[in-house]
Structure formats: structure tokens, C-alpha cells
Design a protein around this ligand. Structure first.
Ligand code: GLU
Length: 303
């Protein structure tokens, strides 16, 4: 299939809607001032063919998309023991909710809500220099040097009272091993990584290749683990709207409040869309429309 014309058509279709609806994340100034009228889309097939259109090489704050890659590190390093303190069910609650965590004794529902990602960060901090490891994994996967946006990381830290509450709450249940400040520093930094659509489409490539690195052929995750990450993306990857995503798009997706969404078509391709204005559930409004158009035009779906 020729993907470049499909992506060009999606950009042309959505261009009139750029900056018209939705709201850019405004909980920190560095995200609030990102111009809403941007849109990029990029994909990479299992065979290494690439197509991209619009603002596909503009770096943006990947935010919760980073949780996909910290989970990957956690699964790779810890195997089954990662799941001792983290569940695998959709939360049905806002991504930063405290209520469920109390009822469930400090065990977060899944690795993609904030509490779950903080629990993963704690496990990673126990193992190695987690900030260096996540940058090294992402740089290797996409073939470009990847870095933190220190301004975003500092703002996340300055305003992240709820994340601090989640971390302290889990610590009170004995579910966090390390110093809370150190764990949150890792969490805020990985949320503050900057990458473009093209870099993310490349970096996620192992998820459509049974866990195999898109360039080196190294096994990043086992085939089974890669399938499980896709399953978690489908059921838990898009805040409290995973059912709606499955219904409208039919692909495993992970979104972030920076406006990026990574999607996987197992055994075919990975793609990333980005547009900063969000719909109320926290995912990119035009990103969702773009993915809907993509699956409608190509007929690709896991169902
Ligand atoms: N850094 C954000 C937070 O912890 C993550 C936002 C997101 O879900 O993308 O609040």
C-alpha cells in the first residue's frame, strides 16, 4: 500500500480545522503557549518504509506517551515481577485519581495512569540511572539523540502536587521503595521528553515487530511481552476513553496531553499523530480524527 498519498490527504482534509476546536493543555506555561494550529502525522512499516506529512518533524512534549517506554524498560528488566505492584485493568477514573488507589491499597490499576507510571518509575530507579536509561532506549529506538525539556520538567515538578500526593500515598502503603523526590524527578523528566511524530513512529516500531528493534534487530521485548503492551494500550492507553478509541479507531493507542498519539497496527506499522489541542478526555482532538480517517482509508484495524 502507498501510504504517502493517504497521509497527504489526511493533512489536506484536516487543515481547515487546525486551531478551530479543543484546548491546548494549560496546567503549565510551557505547554499552554504551544500554538494550537499544528498537525503532524508519520508512520513506519515493519519493513522500514516511512511516510510523513504536516508538522511531522516538529518536536513536542511527549508527556504520557513516555509511559509506553518506561513500561517497556520495566517489563524488559523485571519480567513478571513488575506486576507485583501494578494492575492491568482500565481504571474508569481520571488519570490522576486518588480515590481508587486508597480502596485498592496503593496498587495502581494499570501502568498508564499516573500512579502506575510513578510505580514503574520507582522500580526503574531501583535498578539503574533511570533518566539516562530512558533517554538511551529512546535514542536507540528512533536513531536520533533524544533529550528532556528541562523547562517542562521543572514546571511539572513545581505544580505536580497531585502526583506528589499519589507517590506519597503509595509510599504510605509500602509500595514505593525509593525516596519520593527521586522517583518523581524520574517521572517528571520522562513526561518532559521532546520528540517528533517521525521519531515516535520509529521508536514504537518494536511493537509492530514482535518486540524486535526497528534498526538493530535486537529483541527489546519478547513477542509475548510486545503483545501485552499492545493489549494494555488498547484497554488503558487513552485515559478514560479507551472504549471510545477502540470503537472509533480499533487500534492500540497511547496518548499524551502534549497532543501526541502513538498507534500500532500489529505486524504492519506504527504511526504517530500530533496536534496540540485536546478534547475533554485529554487526547488530541485532531489526532483522533486523523486516526479515524487513517483506519477508514486503509481498512487497517485489529478487529
Ligand atoms: N505530566 C503529566 C502529569 O503527570 C502527564 C500528563 C499526560 O497524561 O500526558 O500530570
Amino acid at each position: 500500500m502507498q501510504f504517502q498519498p493517504v497521509l497527504d490527504e489526511i493533512v489536506a482534509t484536516l487543515r481547515p480545522e487546525l486551531g478551530q476546536a479543543g484546548h491546548v493543555a494549560n496546567y503549565i506555561p510551557a505547554l499552554a503557549r504551544v500554538p494550537a494550529g499544528q498537525f503532524g502525522i508519520a508512520l513506519r512499516t515493519c519493513d522500514g518504509d516511512e511516510a510523513h506529512a504536516g508538522d511531522s518533524t516538529t518536536p513536542f512534549s511527549i508527556q504520557s506517551i513516555s509511559k509506553l517506554f518506561t513500561l517497556t524498560l520495566g517489563m524488559r528488566e523485571l519480567g513478571e515481577t513488575l506486576w507485583e505492584r501494578i494492575g492491568r485493568e482500565p481504571s474508569g477514573n481520571p488519570f490522576n485519581s486518588l480515590v481508587q488507589l486508597e480502596a485498592e491499597h496503593g496498587i495502581p490499576r494499570n501502568p498508564f495512569i499516573n500512579a502506575g507510571a510513578i510505580a514503574v518509575a520507582d522500580r526503574l530507579v531501583s535498578l539503574f540511572d533511570a533518566k539516562a536509561e530512558i533517554l538511551s532506549l529512546l535514542s536507540s529506538l528512533c536513531g536520533d539523540p533524544v533529550d528532556f525539556d528541562e523547562e517542562v520538567a521543572a514546571s511539572e515538578a513545581a505544580t505536580g502536587f497531585r502526583n506528589a500526593a499519589l507517590a506519597n500515598f503509595m509510599k504510605s502503603f509500602g509500595r514505593i521503595d525509593n525516596d519520593v523526590g527521586t522517583v518523581l524527578d524520574m517521572y517528571f523528566h520522562h513526561c518532559a521528553i521532546r520528540m517528533s511524530c517521525l521519531q515516535l513512529a520509529r521508536a514504537a516500531g518494536f511493537l509492530c515487530r514482535d518486540g524486535v528493534h526497528p534498526y538493530t534487530g535486537a529483541q527489546i521485548l519478547s513477542e509475548r511481552q510486545a503483545r501485552r503492551v499492545n493489549a494494555l494500550m488498547l484497554t488503558c492507553g487513552t485515559y478514560d476513553a479507551a472504549g471510545e478509541f477502540a470503537f472509533r479507531i480499533g487500534l492500540p493507542c497511547k496518548s499524551g496531553v502534549g497532543g501526541g498519539i502513538v498507534a500500532v497496527v500489529p505486524d504492519h506499522l506504527t504511526l504517530c499523530v500530533w496536534s496540540p489541542a485536546l478534547e475533554p478526555s485529554g487526547s488530541s482532538l485532531l489526532g483522533i480524527k486523523a486516526l479515524e480517517l487513517f483506519t477508514a482509508k486503509t481498512g487497517l484495524s485489529i478487529f
